[in-house]
Design a protein around this ligand. Structure first.
Ligand code: RIB
Length: 310
């Protein structure tokens, strides 16, 4: 199956800290690590490791980080022939702090990702439209995402939009989004949701369904994932694992969702599988290095029973 990913490629600069700082506070970090990342790149590599044929679309700088990111994605089996290296802009960077329970804080400098322009997307539309499913996030300009959604044929490919980082989505034609996949914080920004229960998620999510989104899936760390449908929500509990670093877990989830849906599976099976892939991703450090292979996911699932739905 073919998956296309339109999105960011970043170099992640990561410091582990004993606790995440409050505004104005300086905290002692433990070493500095550098990992390939970026939501688009992570989702592309995750899908490739799960066995999909993946084409990545985006922009990096003409610099050492850009070269390295392209080489890593290529080695993972991702077709990066459509990723452009642009003059005059550095490759995107994310500064990440990871706390003791694996939670993170991220500050993101888009650099060349900010040059993913409407014209680039329009030029890439014929290749993007060949995919069975498209993954897109918001670390590229919103106008580029709008160009994608406006330019695609009405029914195919299936579109999964990860609204991260969260921003106002009302300028987007959300009727062309098959799955919207905010995490808990993004869902709160989009809807004002502040509780954690499945009933409240169901209520808060109706507003996004009213905007035309076909399916809404909210990822909620240890609380698992919520599938919000007309009239209510279903909770898919997380697999209990030791969380080392949550960076990239949402990307692993989105990629796994795309792989199953593109293969014709239904949302329930796809979300259960995505929960397992995300669970494995949080047990390892870094974004790209933590993304599991299909064999690793199958071995994990053979050892665990899937948690009962709530
Ligand atoms: O979703 C995780 C990614 O988002 C990181 O790899 C980092 O680049 C951030 O922007």
């Amino acid at each position: 199956m073919k998956i296309a990913v339109l999105g960011s490629l970043n170099m992640d600069l990561v410091v582990e800290v004993d606790h995440l700082p409050r505004p104005g506070e300086t905290v002692l970090g433990h070493g500095l690590a550098r990992y390939p990342g970026g939501k688009g790149n992570n989702q592309a590599i995750a899908a490739a490791r799960l066995g999909a044929e993946v084409h990545l679309f985006g922009r990096v700088g003409k610099d050492a980080f850009g070269d390295e990111l392209l080489a890593v994605a290529r080695d993972a089996g991702v077709d990066v022939s459509a990723v452009e290296q642009v003059d005059g802009e550095a490759t995107g960077i994310s500064m990440i702090m990871v706390g003791p329970n694996g939670q993170n804080m991220i500050a993101y400098a888009p650099g060349a990702n900010g040059r993913v322009a409407e014209a680039y997307v329009t030029g890439a539309l014929p290749r993007l439209a060949e995919a069975d499913a498209i993954l897109v996030q918001l670390e590229i300009p919103l106008s580029a995402v709008a160009a994608l959604l406006h330019g695609l044929p009405p029914e195919r490919p299936l579109v999964i939009l990860d609204p991260a980082p969260a921003q106002d989505l009302t300028a987007l034609p959300l009727r062309r989004v098959d799955f919207l996949t905010p995490n808990r914080e993004e869902f709160a920004v989009l809807t004002g949701w502040s509780a954690s229960g499945v009933t409240e998620a169901g209520r808060a999510g109706q507003a996004l369904l009213d905007l035309g989104v076909r399916h809404l899936v909210v990822t909620a760390d240890a609380d698992g994932a919520f599938l919000v449908e007309r009239g209510g929500a279903t909770r898919f509990p997380a697999y209990p694992v030791e969380v080392v670093d949550a960076t990239g877990a949402g990307d692993a989830f989105n990629a796994a969702l795309a792989v199953k849906l593109a293969a014709g599976r239904g949302p329930y099976e796809a979300i259960g599988f995505a929960n397992a892939v995300a669970a494995l991703a949080v047990t390892r450090r870094g974004a790209v290095p933590a993304l599991p292979t299909l064999a690793e996911v199958q071995a994990f699932l053979s050892r665990r029973r899937s948690p009962a739905l709530g």
